[in-house]
Write a protein that binds this ligand. Sequence first.
Ligand code: ATP
Ligand code: MG
Length: 562
Amino acid sequence: MSDTAPKPSNFIRNIIDEDLKAGKNDGRVITRFPPEPNGYLHIGHAKSILLNFGIAEDYHGRCNLRFDDTNPHKENIEFVEAIKEDVAWLGCDWGDKVYFSSDYFEALYAFAVQLIKKEKAYVCDLNAEAMREYRGTLTEAGKNSPFRSRSVKENLDLFARMKAGEFEDGTKVLRAKIDMASPNINMRDPTIYRIRHGVVHHQTGAEWCLYPMYDFTHCLSDALEGVTHSICTLEFEDHRPLYDWFLDTLETEHHPQQIEFSRLNLEHTITSKRKLTELVEGGHVAGWDDPRMPTIAGLRRRGYTPAALREFCLRIGVTKSDNVIEMGVLEGCIRDDLNKNAPRRMAVLNPLKVVITNYPAEENEIFEAANHPQDENFGTRKIPFGRELYIDQADFEEVPPKKYKRLIPGGEVRLRNSYVIRCNEAIKDSDGNVIELRCSYDANTRGKKPEGRKVKGVIHWVDANSAIEAEVRLYDRLFNHPTPDNSKDGNSYIDNLNPASLSTLSHCYLEATLADAKPGEQFQFEREGYFSLDPTHQAGNKPVFNRTVTLRDSWAKIENKR
Ligand code: ATP
Ligand code: MG
């Protein structure tokens, strides 16, 4: 991130400014981004990443990348690696060390022993069902566990034996001893350790059969790292009293200040890792990096840039109020970026052959075309022209609708960067489909207006002889419903999937210069949108281009008409 970029202002930065003024934390600002490695990161995580790393950078502090890895049966190393790749791609620097909560398993165990010694934790033999009954409800106080009054000595002994592997899964847990009548259910003697035999943890292997719960681990990991501002989403507001209780009871050296902000929700998509996992595992998408997915990997493959995601996070801001952002806001950011930064090319997605009958078969010529209409620095490229071309099927109409400005029988149109042509004949197959146009060109219109007549339409084209064939994938919303997991019709989010979210065009023709495109490189295909060469592309294979975004926000118009 550059120093000249505008600095965002939000309530969290205001709090930090006040803290610094008051001399808190000796002027240090340490944040962290704490993903659970149980899936790929999504656009919501990007908001959190850019917030935490952005603050660390602007306040000359540090942001730790810490994997909160307390749930080994759902986590794996593929997710760890994918998360690192995504955070780095966003331009965030976590320094020399990646942190893992599992690095603290010994320290956390020692904290638990301290709690037992302070009579603030006990081993409980209630099974999961009984535990739920004892917990009470939002309107009813809970009941004390019959094991709550175990002696310190007995608790220390049982806890050590839990660690040693003497007890089966689910037969015993360690619980904090707080208050079963608390109006905050999180404070009703929450479980802090559970037994899990037979899992191999991606960092600690089979060393442990006793795993700390997320709430216990999270706040203490923050404290161990000296995190000053522990920034998280609003659903953790109710957990803050519990975190404070652990930190106060254990008298930790550092007591991070938790600040909550509202999650990012985006229309027509979902930002829940559990549901995204279901989409992948259920085969509803082609993987975590399917370009329709709201994952960072999916957006990257689709052709989004880190700059566009940063701009998006700036535009939506950071607040405490829950809202759902329109997809158009995200698309506006990538469109603005690519409009400025993507060179222009010509590509025909639904080809219709054109033969210029008065152009000699053995001849061809080269046109010079600007790579960017507003920016000379992009330079020019050479575009071959010959007797046989392709134009898009949508640019010819036998029976044109009103105000149609493109090619019609007997009509004229300009080929972009080239000549004016006239359509003399439409050739059809036995079903009556137009399969080829016979046209003539006007040699006097090379780069200048035809004299004495008006040619309104300009269409794109490619030279058939030199064109390269490609597959182009067009993407639409993954879900039909703006809030797919909360549609009032009772549908589940799976029912709300858009069956037309992917259209594959297998026989597109691209201008020859696109043979040099690099995986991930972005272009504007004139009149068609912004496209990017699929990053999985290997030289020698037919290229696949993903449409990142259309040229205009046609979706907004549809939405407004509803
Ligand atoms: P999910 O509920 O989708 O599994 P999570 O919050 O459990 O997401 P974590 O890996 O724990 O996923 O998230 C890491 C950090 O990212 C947390 O601090 C969390 O608050 C933040 N985060 C997750 N989702 C969003 C979101 N939609 N908007 C902003 N921040 C988010
Ligand atoms: Mg979480």
